[in-house]
Design a protein. Structure first.
Length: 373
C-alpha cells in the first residue's frame, strides 16, 4: 500500500497568477493531526477564481481548489474523526472546536482558517506538496485540484457512505455557503421578496434556500443572461441584467417591489454590487447579506444616516454553519431528497480536461463545473 510513503500523482499547479498546468507532484504522508485523501471530485468555485487571478495575496506555486469530495487514504497520529476508506468532504472553513469562534454559539469563522489571510501551509507552517524538487503551497488548507491531498483533520468531515461522490463535493462549499445564507443566516421568511446578485454556483444555492424557505418572489441579478434559464428553473421569478437597465438596478428593484426587498444577497464579490444589494433592501426591516469575497484592499462606503432606519447588513461565511457539526446533515438531506443540488451541476469533466473546465467557467457557460478524478 501507500501508507507512510510519498505518493507521486497528477495535480494542477498555479505557478503564478493566470498560469496553471497539470504536473506530476509528490504528496507526503500525513503528519500528526492530518489526513491524506484520494480525491474523487472537486467543484470550481468563485473563490478558486479569485486565487487563480491573483486577487488574494497568496504564496505561489500552489495547488488550488477547496470544494472537494474524496476517500481517506491514510491518517496521521492522533486522528480520530475519520479513518481510511471513509467518504469525506474538505472544508474551506475548518472547525477546531477550541477557538473563540468555535466555542461561541453563533460563531463559525474558525481561527484556524487560511482564507483571510492565506499562508498556504498546513497548521505547522510546512507544506506536503512538491514538484520537481520545489515546494508547492496549499490553498485554504484544502487543495483539491489533485489526485491526492493532505488536509488537517479539522478541515475534513466524514459523510454518509451512500453519498454520490461525483456530486456531493458542492456540499463542501457552494451549497452550505448559499443555501445556508438563506435558510440559516438570513432565515428567509415565507411570502418574502428576495433579490440575489450573482447567479453562479453559490448564488444559485442561495436561490434554492430562498425557495425552500417559501419566498414568494425571487429577483435574480446577473450581467450574464446565459444564467437566466437555469436560475428560473431553480425558482427565480424575475431576472434583471443591470447592463440593460436604464436606471441603477437598486432603483429598479425598489420600483418592482414598491417597498424594497425583505432580503438581499450579494454573491459576486464586488463592492458596487454590495452597495446595490444594500440599497435594494427595505429601509426599515430589510436584511442584506454579503457572501461574495471582495478584493482585500477594497472599502465599502455606505450612506451613514440611512442605517438608522433599521435595516441590517450582515456578512456570512459557509452559511453560518459550524462546518464539521452541520455539513454531514446537508449530505443526508440531499440523499433524502430534502435539498436537490443536481441542477447546480451543469457540467462534469475529467480532471485532465481542467483547461476546458476553466474555459467553460470563464466564459460564463456553467453554473458549477465538477472535475472528476
Ligand atoms: N453584476 C451582476 N452579476 C455579476 C457581476 C456584476 N457586476 N459580475 C459578475 N457577475 C455574475 C457572473 O456572471 C456570475 O454568474 O456573478 C456570478 C458569479 O458566479 P461564479 O463565478 O460562479 O462564482 P460563485 O462560485 O458563485 O462565487 C461567488 O461568492 O463565495 C463567494 O468567493 C466567492 O466571491 C465569490 C462569490
Ligand atoms: Zn468555495
Amino acid at each position: 500500500g501507500t501508507a507512510g510513503k510519498t505518493i507521486t500523482c497528477q495535480a494542477a499547479i498555479a505557478w503564478e497568477k493566470n498560469s496553471i498546468s497539470i504536473e506530476e507532484v509528490q504528496v507526503e504522508p500525513p503528519k500528526a493531526g492530518e489526513v491524506r485523501i484520494k480525491m474523487v471530485s472537486s467543484g470550481i468555485c468563485g473563490s478558486d477564481d479569485h486565487v487563480l487571478k491573483g486577487e488574494l495575496p497568496m504564496n505561489f506555486p500552489l495547488i488550488p481548489g477547496h470544494e472537494g469530495a474524496g476517500i481517506v487514504e491514510t491518517v496521521g497520529d492522533g486522528v480520530s474523526s475519520v479513518k481510511p476508506g471513509d467518504k469525506v468532504l474538505t472544508l474551506i472553513v475548518p472547525q477546531c472546536r477550541e477557538c473563540d469562534a468555535c466555542l461561541h454559539s453563533k460563531g463559525n469563522f474558525c481561527d484556524k482558517q487560511d482564507v483571510l489571510p492565506c499562508s498556504g501551509t498546513m497548521l505547522d507552517g510546512t507544506c506536503r506538496f512538491s514538484c520537481k524538487g520545489q515546494k508547492v503551497y496549499h490553498s485554504f488548507r484544502t487543495s483539491t485540484f489533485t489526485e491526492y491531498t493532505v488536509v488537517p483533520e479539522i478541515a475534513v468531515v466524514k459523510i454518509d457512505d451512500a453519498a454520490p461522490m461525483d456530486k456531493v463535493c458542492l456540499i463542501g462549499c457552494g451549497v452550505p455557503t448559499g443555501y445556508g445564507a438563506a435558510v440559516n443566516s438570513a432565515k428567509v421568511t415565507p411570502g418574502s421578496t428576495c433579490v440575489v446578485f450573482g447567479l453562479g454556483g453559490v448564488g444559485s444555492a442561495v436561490v434554492l434556500g430562498c425557495k425552500a424557505s417559501g419566498a414568494s418572489r425571487i429577483i435574480g441579478v446577473d450581467i450574464n443572461e446565459k444564467k437566466f434559464p437555469w436560475a428560473r428553473a431553480l425558482g427565480v421569478t424575475d431576472c434583471l441584467n443591470p447592463k440593460k437597465l436604464k436606471k441603477p438596478v437598486h432603483e429598479v428593484v425598489m420600483e418592482m417591489t414598491g417597498v424594497g426587498a425583505d432580503f438581499a444577497f450579494e454573491v459576486i464579490g464586488h463592492t458596487e454590487t454590495m452597495l446595490a444589494a444594500w440599497n435594494s433592501c427595505n429601509y426599515s426591516y430589510g436584511v442584506c447579506l454579503i457572501i461574495g469575497l471582495a478584493p482585500l484592499d477594497s472599502q465599502l462606503c455606505l450612506e451613514a444616516s440611512k442605517i438608522v432606519s433599521g435595516k441590517t447588513l450582515k456578512g456570512v461565511c459557509l452559511g453560518d454553519y459550524k462546518t464539521r457539526d452541520c455539513i454531514p446533515q446537508l449530505v443526508t438531506d440531499y440523499l433524502q431528497n430534502k435539498i436537490n443540488i443536481d441542477p447546480l451541476i451543469t457540467h462534469q469533466l475529467p480532471f485532465d480536461k481542467l483547461h476546458k473546465a476553466l474555459e467553460l467557467y470563464h466564459t460564463g457557460k456553467t453554473v458549477r463545473c465538477v472535475l472528476l478524478f
